[in-house]
Design a protein around this ligand. Sequence first.
Ligand SMILES: [Fe+2]
Ligand SMILES: [Fe+2]
Length: 199
Amino acid sequence: MAKRKTAGRGKRAGSTRGSGGTQQDAIALLKADHRQVERWFEQFESSRSDSKKSELAQKICEALTVHTMIEEEIFYPAFYEATEEKSIHHEAEVEHDGAKKLIAKIKSSGPQDDYFDARVTVLSEMIKHHVREEEKRDGMFGKARQSDMDLKALGEQLAARKAQLMGAGEPDSGMRRQVSTSTPIHRSMARLAKRMGVA
Ligand SMILES: [Fe+2]
Ligand SMILES: [Fe+2]
């Protein structure tokens, strides 16, 4: 397999512990995300309360939004560059696209929607399939371990970006905050437009 030079190469990092202490390597971090979301999907399935379902669906959608984002921004490009495994890389991205569409639908609906449970169930099935593909022996993570990707350095980058996105309350909440911050400006612009007779 031909390999090109990449900034993320140089060291194999199979350990979850490096000089920085308990820093997870990239694969350990991404797998921990997978396990967390699986637990929430299981809780959703056994939940009978609408408010609990709504809370879990929200957590699942936020976690998956951050997870797919850090994979697409950091891990997937490093994987593709180091291994040139085009079909594994492209199929993973296409699966993300499918999940994102469903996530958007779930976020804009709620347990009162007749299709809400069906959407979360199908999302769970899609994610199970996707996670199996990423984690299987000759899947993306297995091939990444066999490559000379610097998984420890990538783990640090993933953790930093994840913290940044979660600190912003995940991208959508960040947008919500932005909207609420700008509301007074919008209000004064609306008043101004009204005074000018254009609204
Ligand atoms: Fe993943
Ligand atoms: Fe993924």
